[in-house]
Design a protein around this ligand. Sequence first.
Ligand code: DGL
Length: 363
Amino acid sequence: MNPIRRHLTIALAASLLLPLALQPAQAQSPASTAPKPQVVILATGGTIAGAGASATNSASYQAAKVPVDKLIAGIPELADVAQVRGEQVFQIASESFTNDKLVQLGKRVSQLLRDPAIAGVVVTHGTDTLEETAFFLNLVIRSDKPVVVVGSMRPGTAMSADGMLNLYNAVVVAADPRSRGQGTLVVMSDEIHAGRDVAKRINIKTSAFGSQWGPLGMAVEGRTYWFRALAKRHTVKSEFDIDAIDKLPEVFIVYGSGNMSLEAYEAARRSGAKAVVHAGTGNGSVANYAVDALRSLRTQGAQVIRSSRVADGFVIRNAEQPDDKYDWVVAHDLNPQKAKILAAVALTKTNDPKELQRIFWEY
Ligand code: DGL
């Protein structure tokens, strides 16, 4: 065959075959007939169950109104992903979560995951304290099955509500075997975050949640895409177990600022708090006039944990404060509200500040 004819033949063959080669592999596989994985949705309330007076009420509405069965019925596409059923554990706005509710929710998650038929659990939750609940479950649920916490920034009654797609994506992640062993996850605005890292960083946008070390992956059109894994201990590698926890100790947070009042530390002492998280300025700094109040708390048996009011970065030990000398703990990169959760869980096992510091480095 002459060279020009051979070249044209190859070019024609390539133009016919190339589009097939570029199609995603799963598009050609036959529809699977295997039974769908079982996913349980534990509903606790929040905006994802919220309702506003009109479609323009994207920020003014009542949280915790819509029951879980209605949430599920509103997304028939869930049946393409998993066999889904719901339980209404609470129906509250998440700012109203208490330690007892955290423990109750954790025990129910643990109980469900012990059922070999259940592939994963989704927790619908208000966004205000979603990061605390997700971190708590990350510390105490001794299973590698996916637990996915999800919320929404707009009620389902609003235009461009985000709850339906967030919940659909959460079920996709909970049903996906590749989500196993990733720790407790948070799915919001197409992103898959580590419950340990994620925080509500904006209080009025659907892209409210972020992690300073970045998301673990994304959920897009029914598929998950993973780009990294959590470096810290969690779930099956944790030394904590919800089935051995019935109550969490009281931990205070004192917010640092200029011209601080020392009353908050006194209130912590009077209440018998087991630890105080000092949400300090900068690198967890302590005003010179507040050092004695914190040292006195330590002397009286409370733990002192230096966190920072600054969103990103991490608190360094013995930087501006002699933590070794004062027997204080630093919260590493955990924000004050997460430091409070870890302190409370850790204090169920130890009151040794050196052990506490190890725990803050490792989780
Ligand atoms: N009250 C807030 C809560 O339940 C509403 C915020 C939300 O869920 O997005 O967390």
